[in-house]
Design a protein. Structure first.
Length: 77
């Protein structure tokens, strides 16, 4: 009985991990799409993660979040 439980638990965890991986991929895809649109609107040829910038630059996060919110893709805050 214990072995059956462990097998079912492992199967459930695998399916859950696959689901979350697909969800993460969809979310990151949408964020990348919106970030590209905002960068083009702002005339920015390059977008880097804020942590990688030591000094300067312009934070596009507010514009990206606004566009996501307007498209109904932001989710709960």
């Amino acid at each position: 009985m214990r072995k059956l439980y462990q097998e079912r638990q492992a199967e459930t965890e695998k399916k859950q991990n696959e689901f979350y991986a697909q969800l993460d991929q969809a979310i990151f895809s949408k964020i990348n799409e919106v970030t590209t649109k905002v960068a083009e609107q702002e005339g920015r040829p390059l977008v880097v993660v804020k942590k990688a910038v030591y000094y300067g630059g312009k934070d596009l996060t507010p514009q990206v979040l606004a566009m996501l919110k307007n498209s109904g893709e932001q989710g709960n805050e």
